[in-house]
Design a protein around this ligand. Structure first.
Ligand SMILES: NC(=O)c1ccc[n+]([C@@H]2O[C@H](COP(=O)([O-])OP(=O)(O)OC[C@H]3O[C@@H](n4cnc5c(N)ncnc54)[C@H](OP(=O)(O)O)[C@@H]3O)[C@@H](O)[C@H]2O)c1
Length: 281
């Protein structure tokens, strides 16, 4: 059994790796900080570390790096059983990536969109793979302007984050719809409000909100539970494309159920990836 996970160097990603290590023979850790990844692996109790963990450089906000990471994985294996698209973040200032995209959109959504599609031949290889997308209840605050996906008209860190987390759910449902007949299962989840590095550079109202919530936040270990459950349970109790909270199917927003919106976001993502990767080739 082979696992690929993004964002394993911190928070709930690190806890997922710790818990899932005994269940997988190979674990690809997609990271942008190799030193942090080495520290994580050194702390693990796994006996067969040297063979099991493969560190792959991947900056999700750089599509060329995402493509390279997928190609690197394909050098080591022809099959992936579970892909956990876990990495993400909220960014206080508007930042434009190398690909000329807004960072929240790119790191939370488009990088994972490309990674998943690049890994699709490996995911479909064994007739039964699972893709787990870490979203958030924040998706319920999304308000999408399809004419301004890159926030050229004005930036709000929370709006950009809420929209990206909505796109994670729309993407999950599109994957179930488009690849379900090839035995691909896709699920999205909210991990809870978790005490991690998430939002640490925030400013203003969001920073105040985080500090007020801090005493009530759950631990990263607890926050990892739904992801661990979805990655390891034999049969997921729900239907393909569902959204989970506390290891149970939960209702996502009305927008997250919109077929029209998910097709629009898929189409826009496909066109952006094509334009950027062809431009850079
Ligand atoms: N914490 C919460 O309350 C909460 C609630 C709902 C949803 N979530 C979601 O849970 C997921 C994990 O977050 P967390 O709470 O564990 O936060 P975290 O401790 O900040 O971990 C985020 C992880 O994502 C990685 N990452 C960020 N940007 C990246 C990029 N451009 N390329 C590659 N990796 C990148 C980070 O790498 P570095 O170590 O290199 O920074 C880190 O490993 C995120 O998708 C977040 O949106 C969190």
């Amino acid at each position: 059994m082979h696992l690929v996970i993004t964002g394993p160097t911190s928070g709930i990603g690190a806890e997922k790796v710790k818990a899932l290590a005994p269940k997988f023979t190979k674990i690809f850790l997609l990271v942008r900080d190799m030193e942090k990844a080495r520290t994580l692996v050194n702390k693990l109790n796994s006996q067969d570390k040297a063979d099991k963990f493969i560190l792959v450089y991947c900056d999700l906000a750089d599509l060329a790096s995402v493509k390279k990471a997928a190609a690197e994985i394909a050098k080591h294996t022809d099959s992936v059983d579970v892909l956990i698209n876990n990495a993400g973040g909220i960014f206080p200032e508007k930042t434009t990536t190398k690909d000329q995209l807004e960072l929240t959109f790119s790191a939370n959504h488009l990088g994972h969109y490309l990674l998943t599609l690049q890994l699709m031949p490996l995911l479909t290889h064994n007739s039964g793979a699972r893709i787990i997308n870490v979203s958030s209840e924040a998706h319920k605050a999304a308000s999408v302007d399809l004419t301004d996906l890159q926030f050229e008209k004005g930036y709000s860190s929370f709006k950009a984050y809420a929209n990206a987390k909505l796109f994670n759910i729309l993407f999950t449902k599109s994957l179930a719809e488009k690849f379900g007949d090839q035995h691909i299962e896709a699920y999205a989840l909210h991990p809870g409000v978790v005490n991690t590095n998430f939002g640490q550079q925030s400013k203003g109202f969001f920073k105040l909100l985080l500090s007020l919530f801090k005493p009530f936040m759950i631990s990263p270990k607890k926050g990892a539970e739904t992801g661990i459950f979805l990655a390891s349970v034999n049969k997921v109790p729900g239907k393909n494309g569902d959204y989970f909270k506390k290891s149970k199917v939960s209702s996502a927003s009305k927008k997250a159920e919109s077929k029209k919106l998910r097709d629009q976001i898929w189409d826009r993502s496909e066109k952006l990836v094509k334009a950027i990767t062809e431009n850079r080739a």
